[in-house]
Write a protein that binds this ligand. Structure first.
Ligand SMILES: [Zn+2]
Length: 214
């Protein structure tokens, strides 16, 4: 069972990817983890990636694909895997398909966790972080006992720049521009499934299980 997760930043696709990995006993693979592992182990691909990252440059698509394909060929991926945060663009998706085809494999499901932008902006703008200990809260979903005060250390809570509506909207704009075409790409491939990401986390997961099978 080889799965790709699609969804805007803040849609909750990482949470669902973890739940899928646990239920079906397949690895949850994020590009961030692959980069860290390869750099830590000083692999040839990792060292290459590091030279770009050290200069503040984006790691080129071919190298990202090489890293991902190298990861999915490892033994623990024999029954499948769930890719989280990759591919992000059409060139990456095409390169991945090509590399998988070369080893006789293909992606089985692309799952889009769909949440309207306004919901994501609303969710993010409710987040609060403690200036003292860094603990995070949410005005609606994880409120503190006393408003604006950290339960753990008593310091003040703030809305981080990353969670401010204007920042979130900018990020969503980039997402739609780059990743929306992937929705069409996987629709054409006949493997796109969309789930409503606005409902309860466990209900979203049930909808995914309905797609993948028990
Ligand atoms: Zn605190």
């Amino acid at each position: 069972m080889k799965i790709i997760m699609l969804g805007a930043p803040g849609a909750g696709k990482g949470t669902q990817a973890k739940k899928i990995a646990a239920k079906y006993n397949i690895p949850h693979i994020s590009t961030g983890d692959i980069f860290r592992a390869n750099i830590k182990n000083g692999t040839e691909l990792g060292n290459k990636a590091k030279t770009y990252m050290d200069q503040g440059l984006l790691v080129p698509d071919e190298l990202v694909v090489d890293l991902v394909v190298d990861r999915v060929r490892q033994e623990d991926c024999v029954n499948g895997y769930v890719l989280d945060g990759f591919p992000r663009t059409i060139p990456q998706a095409e390169a991945l398909d090509k590399a998988l085809a070369a080893i006789g494999e293909k992606i089985d499901h692309a799952i889009d966790v769909n949440v309207p932008d306004e919901n994501i902006v609303h969710r993010m703008s409710g987040r609060r972080a403690c200036v003292g200990c860094g603990a995070t809260y949410h005005l609606e979903y994880a409120p503190t006992k006393e408003e604006g005060i950290c339960d753990a250390c008593g310091k003040e809570l703030i809305l981080r720049d990353d969670d401010k509506p204007e920042t979130v909207k900018k990020r969503l704009g980039v997402y739609h521009e780059q990743t929306q075409p992937l929705i069409d790409y996987y629709t054409n491939a006949g493997i796109l499934k969309t789930v409503d990401g606005t409902i309860d986390i466990n209900d979203v997961f049930q909808a995914i299980v309905d797609i993948l099978g028990e």
